[in-house]
Write a protein that binds this ligand. Structure first.
Ligand code: ZN
Ligand code: ZN
Ligand code: ZN
Ligand code: ZN
Length: 298
């Protein structure tokens, strides 16, 4: 549906001078080459991704309305202007120009808008992404639309942007590139697979075919059995997985693995008994009720 730079960057990544090319996502240095239409950094002036209708050509006409970093020699202003974590949200919004039915289909995906509203995630997204996009690109675009009497982007309000932030948080998949960089993608069918902490499928991306997503069976699957993948990390312990799912995906997992304190005999989150004064026995400490975050251990 849409692929682009990661929507969730940590503070270190937000202030990196090595950024993904807006055309092809290879690493490039801030301030070397720029797209001659929108001024965003590119790997080389003729990167083929710049004119690709599924890559930079989606957002370039909107980014053009940005005034660029001011003053240009202040590195903080430069980092603050080129917010790569807002790019995927803008790409999703711009989808309405090129493919309205696909945009409408995307807006139907789960965003947990009501649950997010007022949360820390919502406030962070407002600050970092929504107001940034409105102020730098969407407001100037709106002004031009009014002058020319022609609407380019019919839907461009803060609520829609927040919904897109939620949709990405719930549905976006991380794509590891061969150069070590991670980007994100939204896949209408891929995000329908249900979660399980012992998934029966795993997925791969084909970089040579426009990041085509392929699911493969990880074990024999019975007829009628639901296909599943994992929305968290399979090698994390139950408490960590459930906490991650609750925070990012808004549900409490109670799959067979989560419900079993020993995690199906793997003892993945068990603590070895340390005893008193270092004289531990060979026993283990396990949560009494692994589906209760506040459970006692014994
Ligand atoms: Zn490039
Ligand atoms: Zn451009
Ligand atoms: Zn689970
Ligand atoms: Zn003991």
């Amino acid at each position: 549906m849409v692929i682009g730079p990661k929507w969730n960057l940590d503070e270190y990544e937000q202030r990196s001078a090595i950024v993904p090319c807006v055309g092809c996502f290879t690493d490039c240095q801030l301030g070397v080459y720029r797209c001659d239409r929108c001024n965003w950094p590119v790997c080389k002036p003729d990167c083929p991704g710049l004119v690709n209708a599924n890559l930079h050509a989606i957002e370039c006409p909107i980014l053009r309305f940005g005034g660029g970093p001011k003053p240009r020699d202040d590195p903080e202003a430069v980092f603050d202007y080129y917010r790569y974590d807002a790019m995927l949200v803008l790409k999703c919004l711009a989808l309405q120009i090129h493919n309205r039915p696909l945009f409408d289909q995307m807006m139907q995906l789960e965003s947990h808008y009501e649950a997010r509203k007022g949360s820390q995630y919502y406030r962070d997204a407002d600050d970092r992404t929504v107001q940034y996009l409105l102020k730098n690109f969407l407001a100037p675009l709106k002004k031009q639309e009014e002058i020319q009497g022609k609407t380019v982007l019919p839907v461009a309000d803060a609520k829609t942007l927040h919904k897109i932030c939620g949709i990405l948080e719930v549905n976006a998949m991380v794509i590891p590139l061969t150069n070590g960089r991670e980007i994100c993608g939204l896949y209408p069918i891929g995000c329908m697979l249900e979660h399980c902490c012992m998934p029966n499928c795993f997925y791969t991306f084909d970089c040579t075919k426009g990041m085509k997503l392929t699911f493969k069976a990880g074990r024999n699957i019975e007829k009628g059995e639901h296909l599943s993948t994992t929305y968290t990390h399979a090698l994390w312990g139950t408490q960590q997985r459930r906490d991650h799912l609750k925070t990012n995906k808004y549900f409490s997992c109670s799959c067979a693995r989560c419900a079993d304190p020993t995690e199906l005999g793997t003892y993945l989150s068990a603590l070895r008994c340390l005893g008193v004064d270092g004289g531990g026995c060979s026993g283990y400490q396990l949560p009494i009720d692994s589906l209760n975050d506040a459970s006692d251990w014994k």
